[in-house]
Write a protein that binds this ligand. Structure first.
Ligand code: GLN
Length: 279
């Protein structure tokens, strides 16, 4: 089998199993097996696949067809135009979380933001994207999971922002050594009963998804801790799940009566980010 046939086979197998973006994923997985970039693949289409590569490809597609997300198989996921290393102990960055980063960058254009905290940083995709786009800010990135912080460290080093991001282990805002101007968080917000038992989401860490009975356990506890960790005029940006906007804006309004609160929809039209700025 040459690479052209392998590519067609890879795409066909994924499409037959109703995997979205079968064409893109098929190419991605094949390139991962071969350890080559896109240009090399298209230059080498007539080259034969070695028996060892053929066997690796077979094993890897077996994993994919059992539901494992390709980001865990390849160890990579793109977020905000950057390549991030991912492992099973971190959530795979989602395109909708780019909205959090965009909102944070636009806030930083309009207000003095010199200290930022990314709470529940996971693989560090949000913290790294912020460090590369809000140049003067010092960033704290926290997570309860030591294993996740190790992955975040790899990404901070890979993107050369390790000197700008202070990684701290601990629950919510507790590890922050000082109040900050901006808190950004994509906390677990899936309702416990809705946690998947099969499919791609079931491969992701429950710790990063489980938001308790109403999905809002983490968000609640962050909001109650935030008063003492925000500097005057500070802001909070939270990613939320579908249908959670009212509960979160009500909570914000209760805890911070003099603040500006706003909800922003993602590209799918779902209310995705709630922002609060102290006035
Ligand atoms: N957006 C994730 C999902 O795909 C949930 C992430 C989270 O709980 N923060 O359901």
């Amino acid at each position: 089998m040459n690479l052209k046939q392998a590519l067609a086979h890879a795409r066909g197998v994924l499409a037959d199993n109703n995997i979205d973006d079968a064409s893109l994923e098929g190419e991605l997985l094949l390139r991962h097996v071969l350890g080559i970039n896109r240009t090399r693949l298209y230059l080498d289409l007539e080259v034969d696949l070695s028996p060892a590569h053929e066997e690796t490809m077979r094993q890897l597609f077996e994993r994919r067809l059992r539901g494992e997300p390709s980001a865990y198989i390849t160890g990579h996921r793109e977020f905000f135009g950057l390549d991030f290393h991912v492992e099973h102990n971190v959530l795979i960055p989602r395109p909708e979380s780019e909205l959090l980063v965009e909102k944070a960058i636009s806030l930083a254009r309009n207000r003095p933001i010199s200290i930022v905290a990314d709470i529940g940083t996971g693989c560090g995709s949000i913290a790294v994207s912020l460090a590369l786009n809000i140049h003067e800010a010092k960033i704290y990135a926290t997570d309860v999971s030591a294993a996740a912080l190790e992955v975040a460290r790899v990404n901070c080093c890979k993107h050369e922002v390790i000197d700008r991001i202070c990684l701290l282990q601990g629950d919510m805002l507790e590890p922050l050594p000082e109040p900050v101007d901006l808190i950004v968080a994509n906390l677990p917000y899936v309702r416990e009963v809705e946690l998947p038992r099969s499919g791609p989401l079931s491969f992701e860490p429950v710790l990063a998804l489980n938001g308790g009975p109403d999905g809002l356990a983490g968000i609640n506890s962050l909001c109650y801790q935030a008063g003492s960790k925000l500097r005057p005029g500070g802001c909070i940006l939270l990613e939320i799940g579908q249908g959670q906007a009212k509960a979160v804006t009500d909570l914000f309004g209760q805890i911070f009566p003099s603040s500006q609160i706003e909800v922003t929809n993602d590209l799918a039209g779902i209310e995705r980010v709630v922002s609060l700025c102290l006035t």
